[in-house]
Design a protein around this ligand. Structure first.
Ligand code: MN
Length: 269
């Protein structure tokens, strides 16, 4: 039995198939973790989601911003942005089953054997592993519960990182979602900067979350996606950036959690 984690798919199904063929992935024995952003921008979001749902027992996803956006569009009856290329998925007769599977997934999970915490954008530098998993569970109760529609309505916008313990459950939800699915840089005061999507050294006044002094000793190995401009580099051996931007002409990366071996498929082959 082998355990793998793959970077952002973003609707790119072919490279996922290629990677799984290379490692001879066997859904009856192996497990595939996905760092999220399964859908949007690429050509085959429906194929990605259909494949993962079909192998639900062997697949775990930590939801990304694009996945939550898809669930929000569905819950609020809104049409997705044409540039997300989700029309085929929205027209699919059995989409409820696929979206139900997607919404059953968490924002963070822990793989015990490799001592690895997985989430889409990372974790806030001061969080312990237990706090991260508790915040993930709290957010899931929001988007999986009867009141999901109202949580999705208030999901977008700024929130202070201190709001993860706000007395208002909607503000708490927004802050947790922003950290787990949208974070890249932190301001010197520790707040999120959600506007800069460039590389690690693009703005010397901002701190990549994984370079924050509070993460001097990470609580465990951390694997995340979301930040293609990093090109897989964090300069920290136990903090692994898996989004290598296949959908933007880069590569799709798969990590074997048991052997720490990386396998890549370039977009230009
Ligand atoms: Mn993302």
């Amino acid at each position: 039995m082998a355990n793998y984690v793959v970077g952002d798919l973003q609707g790119c199904f072919e490279p996922l198939q290629t990677l799984l063929d290379i490692v001879d992935f066997n859904p009856s024995q192996d497990h595939l973790y996905c760092v999220g952003d399964i859908v949007a921008r690429g050509p085959d979001s429906l194929a990605c989601l259909t494949f993962l749902e079909k192998h639900a027992a062997s697949v775990s996803i930590t939801l990304g911003n694009h996945d939550l956006h898809l669930l929000a569009c569905q819950a609020l009856g809104k049409a997705p942005n044409p540039k997300d290329k989700l029309a085929t998925l929205f027209a699919y007769p059995d989409k409820e089953k696929l979206l139900c599977f997607l919404s059953s997934q968490p924002l963070a999970l822990f793989h015990h054997a490799s001592n690895t915490l997985i989430s889409h954008a990372g974790i806030y530098p001061t969080w312990t592993k237990a706090q991260a998993l508790a915040f993930s569970q709290e957010a899931a109760r929001c988007y999986q519960g009867n009141n999901a529609k109202n949580f999705f309505k208030t999901m977008y916008g700024e929130a202070s990182v201190k709001d993860v313990v706000s007395s208002d459950e909607f503000i708490r939800f927004r802050a947790i979602v922003n950290i787990f699915t949208r974070m890249r840089f932190l301001e010197p005061n520790g707040e999120l900067n959600l506007s800069n999507k460039e590389g690690i050294d693009s703005d010397g006044s901002l701190i990549p979350w994984f370079k924050h002094p509070a993460l001097k000793t990470p609580p465990c190995n951390l694997v995340f996606g979301h930040w293609a401009a990093l090109e897989g580099k964090t300069e920290r051996s136990n903090i692994i950036a898996l989004d290598t931007g296949y959908v933007w002409g880069g590569a799709m990366t798969l990590l074997n959690l048991d052997t720490q071996e990386f396998i890549k498929v370039d977009a230009n082959i």
